[in-house]
Design a protein around this ligand. Structure first.
Ligand SMILES: Cc1ncc(C[n+]2csc(CCOP(=O)(O)OP(=O)(O)O)c2C)c(N)n1
Ligand code: SF4
Length: 291
């Protein structure tokens, strides 16, 4: 009698290591981006994401190398252009999980024009920004999140500019999920990233990710005692409470600051497409309309 084979009916539970590609990260030893990568592996495993249905999109920078280290589809794009590329992918293929990654220079300087628009459109993507408050890849210039007074190669006498607050910009622009993580708290960061990916809508996860080579101010020691977990008593639907948390200076709340529900861009576009297919007039009717 021929041997019978039963089809695998149980979904495979992927482990964090299953998402690791053959490419070894070339970040400096101690770079915070390793913690972010590990947290992402954990989050992907917690959600059992299918690599064939997941796309990582990045710009340019040390942090933007991340898609190469993960077994998913990846798009290493142009500096500052994570969000338009990610938006296009999500609109073309709403069935995919789309995750944008990059640095604070990439996202909040050259890419800032795209940031409030992705937030207000509420496109269903997750955007993880590895915020080291400096340009790492180009060897240590100030970024928009660099602190005032910060001495770098471009600001040898100290940075005279104020720093922008990405969490507040995201909240006031209409993002429906806004969180902060810390690369040295990978378990908490993994939970935040998993919640962000599950969230239907634009989800920002800004992550403190120290640059050990060029940022000698915002170091691991600097964050010690300053980073604290947002207490359960915080109501993440309270916009003003979220803005106040984001405003805190000298101490840094990590966790989910803001989370609300609103229709996403991709579901609204899909509905309009459906309407256009079912209600579109014939060519003859269109000609008549313009006669
Ligand atoms: C259009 C364009 N402008 C400038 C650059 C040079 N450049 C490459 S990476 C980078 C900044 C990277 O800093 P950040 O995004 O903070 O990432 P990090 O390297 O710190 O992870 C810059 C200015 C570029 N590649 N393309
Ligand atoms: S230069 Fe900084 S950001 Fe780039 S890999 Fe090294 S530590 Fe990380």
């Amino acid at each position: 009698m021929a041997e019978t084979h039963t089809l695998e009916t149980q979904p495979i539970q992927r482990q964090p290591k299953d998402y690791r590609s053959d490419l070894e990260p070339i970040w400096c030893p101690g770079c915070g981006d390793y913690g972010v990568l590990n947290a992402l592996f954990k989050a992907m495993s917690q959600l059992n994401l299918d690599p064939d249905k997941t796309v990582l999109v990045s710009g340019i920078g040390c942090s933007s190398r991340l898609p190469g280290f993960v077994v998913t589809y990846g798009f290493h794009g142009v500096h500052g252009r994570v969000l338009p590329v990610a938006t296009g992918i999500k609109l073309a293929r709403p069935d995919l999980t789309v995750i944008g990654v990059g640095g604070d220079g990439d996202g909040y300087s050259i890419g800032l024009g795209h940031f409030p628009h992705a937030a207000r459109r509420n496109i269903d993507i997750t955007y993880i920004v590895m915020n080291n408050q400096i340009y790492g890849l180009t060897k240590g210039q100030t970024s928009p999140t660099s602190s005032t007074g910060f001495q770098t190669k471009t600001t040898p006498f100290g940075n005279v500019e104020g720093s922008l607050n990405p969490l507040q910009i995201a909240i006031v622009s209409g993002a429906t999920f806004v969180a902060r993580g810390y690369s040295s708290m990978p378990n908490q960061l993994a939970k935040i990233i998993a919640e962000a990916i599950k969230h239907p809508g634009f989800a920002l996860v800004d992550v403190f990710s120290p640059c050990v080579t060029f940022n000698k101010v915002q170091t691991y020691d600097y964050y010690k005692g300053k980073v604290y977990e947002i207490p359960d008593t915080h109501d993440p639907t309270d916009k003003f409470a979220a803005l106040r948390l984001a405003e805190e200076d000298g101490v840094f709340p990590v966790g989910i600051l803001y989370r609300v529900d609103r229709p996403t861009l991709d579901e609204q576009i899909a509905a309009i497409k459906q309407q256009a297919y079912t209600e579109s007039p014939s060519v003859e009717q269109l000609f008549k309309r313009y006669q």
